[in-house]
Design a protein around this ligand. Structure first.
Ligand code: NCD
Length: 297
């Protein structure tokens, strides 16, 4: 595996291999890597978990990290081009981890550099390492991904975690995916063509809540709306609270890539169904496993 650009780059076998490396990392076994590598974390968009867990994952493997977590810290603020920035970073580092607000930024970077590129979320479309964490957390809870019913609720239009997850799920056989969103934030129609599993669409979470094994909640992506008035109309469309949890299957789990705003009430954190903090914790072993694949055993 050279680059990690898209969720669709992975076969089921590759995903399962990453999961089993992550399993052994969690049991305290380190993958063997040459520790003399430098990883550049090039984050042009805000991030807490993704930046930090990539940084920690690299350091736990003995790599050094460098980089930035805001465009304003770079010469892009002086109008240097993205391409020149990538060219420079690739002459200093052995691997580039990129987050950017534009769709396709990571792919573009991979065409400029011959160093491995890992997409840490670009634009509305891709966040493949998050999808690995999402599916890994599901598999941890149920021992499988096949046969489960998954509800995805919130911003299905702009949410890259949704798009990436739906695409990575095509490597598995979910029983059904319920897509729950306000009309304005429905999944873009072109995504439906690529799906090989049953799905349904509704704006009413109540209709599907009792059917799901996994409820994947998302933040309404304020920064991607062309117009703040439009955001204000939908910003509080869904709120999952303990009443919602009571209507779910007893063993159902709730996931969220985080950050959450108001879509999951804090009281839900204490329920055994809430798995979003565990999902975030899985970022380190999953990203360590990925680095060990990309930067070689
Ligand atoms: C997500 C992202 O950046 O797409 N966050 C993350 O990586 N954990 C989700 C979001 O910002 O809503």
């Amino acid at each position: 595996m050279k680059n990690v650009i898209s969720s669709s780059d992975f076969t089921r076998k590759e995903i399962e291999e990453i999961f089993s490396v992550a399993d052994s990392i969690k049991k305290g076994k380190r993958p063997k890597v040459k520790g003399d590598k430098v990883v550049a974390l090039a984050f042009f968009e805000p991030s807490t978990r993704t930046f930090t867990s990539f940084d920690v994952a690299a350091k736990r493997l003995g790599f050094q990290t460098t980089g930035f977590r805001s465009e304003h810290e770079t010469s892009v603020a002086k109008e240097e081009s993205f391409a020149d920035t990538m060219r420079m970073l690739s002459s200093y580092a052995d691997c580039l981890v990129i987050r950017h607000r534009y769709d396709g930024a990571a792919k573009f970077a991979s065409q400029i550099t011959d160093k491995p590129v890992i997409n840490a979320g670009d634009g509305k479309r891709e966040h493949p390492t998050q999808s690995l964490m999402d599916l890994y957390t599901i598999r941890d809870a149920f021992g499988k991904i096949d046969g489960l019913t998954i509800g995805i609720v919130g911003d299905l239009k702009y949410g890259r975690t949704v798009h990436s997850l739906m695409s990575m799920l095509t490597a598995f056989k979910p029983k059904r995916v319920h897509l729950v969103s306000p009309l304005q934030l429905m999944l873009p129609r072109n995504f439906l063509k690529g799906l090989n599993y049953p799905y349904s669409e509704t704006s009413d979470l109540g209709k599907v809540i009792a059917d799901v094994d996994v409820l994947y909640a998302t933040r309404i992506q304020k920064e991607r709306f062309p117009d703040e008035m439009e955001y204000n109309k939908v910003k509080e469309s869904y709120r999952i609270d303990c009443e919602t949890v009571k209507r779910m299957k007893e063993r159902a789990i709730i996931l969220h890539a985080l950050p959450r705003i108001t879509e999951i009430a804090r009281e839900v954190d204490r329920t055994k169904n809430a798995k979003y903090f565990e999902q975030a914790r899985n970022g380190v072993p999953i990203r360590m496993a990925l680095f060990s694949k990309v930067l070689g055993a």
